[in-house]
Design a protein around this ligand. Structure first.
Ligand code: PRX
Length: 653
């Protein structure tokens, strides 16, 4: 826990008085209207077990009912104890005996302009065949499977196939390096890896299978027995006899009959690695029943999902947003979910709007960092497209600046679409704070209210609630079905990280304030996590990557504000021996971090320095480095600094 996780250090300067009521027509037809929202919030508070139990019974298919809704043995929660279900069944099979059978489940748009639509019946068939392919390679219930794929339909098929046979998936974002991939595969002890020859990213082809080869080389990921490879980019790759198999060769040989495995509500569903203050990334554990219900309900409530909607979340399935709101939440609801391999870029700035127009997208969910790139490209670009199908907009991943919010509303939403600013985390499983679009007015820059069943509080370090409009730490006081269950293989780390900072209460790692109307304003991380373009990185991970370079003696990494990325990585580095810093060494170090972690972790700047500012007990004072990196005056107390001259020399460097 860093010294900055102190509520007194969190002060919000944002003064924002604008507020937008849901349009009358939208509110009148909303799935959750204002009174209903407050009634649900009350009901969930008064009797959470009854509230979630009723929804679980009404909304999901169970092979066997649960005996108890909640077993809460702080910090360990069990939801729907003894209940049996299968998430893939809930996302696929149960839609087949209805008109949804031939409805588009996934509409996929590839980067080079190819596209594919899979109806529920077709997706079901593909998932069953691929589930049988996994079985044929010896993957069984309880095993773990790594998924390292670009944004292609096979990513969703692979996830659903794992869920179908009860193997837990661990999706690893395709931008992670071979080293990062290996660490995750080893931590999860994955039995198989599903990858592709490569992927199209912007105007480039990125290689994936060669990264897997590197990760597995020399027996360094010994648990992996098989690699399944999707042919996507047609590059020449090597296939290792006996270990590697082409998806397109194996899949068609498989039967399309694969009954969904009967899973316990608390059986492991997936592991997703995410960054924290200390150590290596944590394997966040989600289980079957609670996650299914929570993502199902939040998709319905927050996106006001209607049967005919075309819904599009632009995230990558490598992150939790893709898990919960491209794949599981929408499909469990029988929705049409758009999946896009591409990204806006200077050569194709209208790429996203083309997709909105082509498919008549109604609900569009993206990240503030993407909106900032749209703003930079200019409002003439979206104006060239017909965006009139849009009826609801969403954002996620980082705080959104009110001006960016206003641009989004005016230019993309034509001043008619409500915006849901959704706060949540890998750990929460699903959206936890937002304004439901037909139930409450939204304020630019405010996430809004906790969803029914989420007991947020803004507290000081001792866990005492702070008054309205005072900054504090965002905490959640009661368990909810979508919450993480553990850190894979490390229950003590789970307890300490999430329930040890404020004893007995879930600590999210964010600062926030609640205004007098109860709106939550998220103020960003208060720990050593940086949010670069909505991607979460621990400063310590980047520091470890830097010091693994032979020239580096010590490194300290901080985030500094960046117009496009939200935060950029600034690194302060001391060198071994008599080595001198230079531009070429800075480039080499940046490249080294890319190799160790991936391009998302590339430092924007490297400052070479003789020494780092430390306290007398040897702790690096990152707070001062943050001030320096942001070009601000040094704020706060510097009396604990061991050597004040370090600051002077840093200022000059
Ligand atoms: O700091 C918060 C920020 O993203 C963190 C969670 O990151 P991750 O686990 O990668 O999940 C991102 C997608 C759910 C949070 O601790 N964050 C997420 N949504 C918002 C946000 N910050 C402000 N406003 C949001 N709407």
């Amino acid at each position: 826990m860093s010294a900055t996780a102190d509520s007194s250090a969190i002060e919000s300067v944002l003064q924002e008085d604008r507020s937008f009521e849901p349009p009358a027509e939208f509110a009148a037809q909303a799935r959750v209207q204002a009174q209903q929202f407050w009634d649900m919030t009350e009901a969930a508070k008064a009797d959470p077990e009854q509230f979630w139990g009723e929804l679980a019974e009404r909304e999901l298919h169970w092979f066997q009912p649960w005996e108890k809704v909640l077993d809460w043995n702080l910090p360990f929660a069990k939801w729907f104890v003894g209940g049996k279900l299968n998430l893939s069944y809930n996302c696929l099979d149960r839609h087949l005996d209805s008109p949804r059978r031939n409805k588009a489940a996934l509409i996929w748009e590839g980067e080079p302009g190819d596209s594919r639509t899979l109806t529920y019946a077709q997706l079901h068939r593909e998932v069953c065949q691929f589930a049988n392919a996994l079985k044929s390679l010896g993957v069984q219930k309880g095993d773990r499977v790594g998924i390292y794929l670009p944004m292609i339909p096979e990513a969703a098929i692979a996830m659903l196939a794992c869920a179908r046979i009860g193997a837990a998936h661990s999706v690893i974002f395709g931008g992670f390096s071979a080293e990062a991939l290996r660490d995750r595969l080893n931590d999860a002890e994955a039995k198989a890896v599903i990858t592709a020859d490569g992927g199209f990213r912007k105007d480039k082809i990125v290689s994936l299978k060669p990264q897997v080869d590197l990760a597995l080389a020399d027996g360094k990921a010994p648990s992996v027995e098989s690699v399944l490879v999707v042919r996507r980019t047609q590059q020449a790759i090597e296939m290792v006899q006996g270990r590697d198999h082409w998806w397109h060769e194996l899949q068609p040989q498989m039967s399309a009959d694969c009954p969904a495995e009967v899973m316990d509500s608390e059986d492991l569903l997936f592991i997703l690695y995410t960054s924290g203050t200390t150590g290596t990334p944590k394997g966040v554990v989600h289980t079957t029943g609670g996650y299914n219900l929570y993502t199902h309900m939040t998709t319905q409530w927050v996106f006001d999902l209607k049967e005919t909607d075309v819904y599009w979340c632009t995230a990558d399935v490598g992150w939790i947003t893709g898990h919960s709101y491209i794949v599981y939440g929408p499909l469990s609801n029988g929705a049409t979910s758009v999946m896009f391999e591409g990204a806006p870029r200077p050569s194709k700035p209208g790429a996203l709007w083309e997709v909105v127009e082509k498919y008549g997208v109604n609900i569009f969910y993206t990240a503030p960092t993407a909106i900032r790139t749209f703003i930079k490209a200019g409002e003439d670009i979206p104006k060239q497209y017909n965006l009139s199908s849009l009826r609801l907009l969403g954002t996620v991943g980082e705080p959104i600046n009110p001006d960016v919010w206003m641009w989004y509303r005016r230019v993309i939403g034509g001043d008619r679409c409500p915006i849901v600013d959704t706060w949540w985390q890998t750990e929460t499983g699903g959206i936890a704070i937002t304004t439901l679009p037909g139930a409450a007015a939204s304020k630019p820059g405010a996430a809004g209210f906790p969803l029914p069943g989420i007991q947020t509080d803004i507290v000081d370090r001792a866990g005492n609630s702070v008054p309205a409009n005072r900054g504090g730490l965002l905490a959640i006081r009661a368990p909810w079905p979508g919450m993480l269950r553990n850190v894979y293989g490390d229950p003590e780390r789970f307890r300490r990280t999430y329930f040890g900072t404020i004893e007995g209460v879930y600590f999210a790692g964010d600062g926030a304030r609640k205004d007098e109307e109860g709106y939550h304003w998220i103020m960003g991380r208060v720990d050593d996590v940086i949010n670069v373009s909505g991607h979460r990185l621990g400063t310590m991970e980047v520091e470890s990557a830097l010091v693994s370079h032979p020239a580096v003696a010590e490194a300290a990494v901080v985030g500094r504000p960046d117009d496009l990325k939200g935060e950029a990585i600034a690194a302060f580095v001391t060198l071994e021996g008599t080595q001198q810093g230079s531009n070429s060494l800075a480039d080499e170090l940046k490249q080294h971090v890319v190799k160790e972690i991936g391009a998302i972790a590339r430092p924007s700047e490297i400052h070479f320095t003789e020494a780092l500012p430390k306290t007398r007990s040897g702790k690096i004072m990152r707070r001062l480095l943050r001030n320096l990196a942001a070009g601000e005056a040094i704020a706060g107390d510097t009396s604990t600094l061991e050597d004040r001259s370090v600051l002077e020399s840093l200022r000059l460097s």
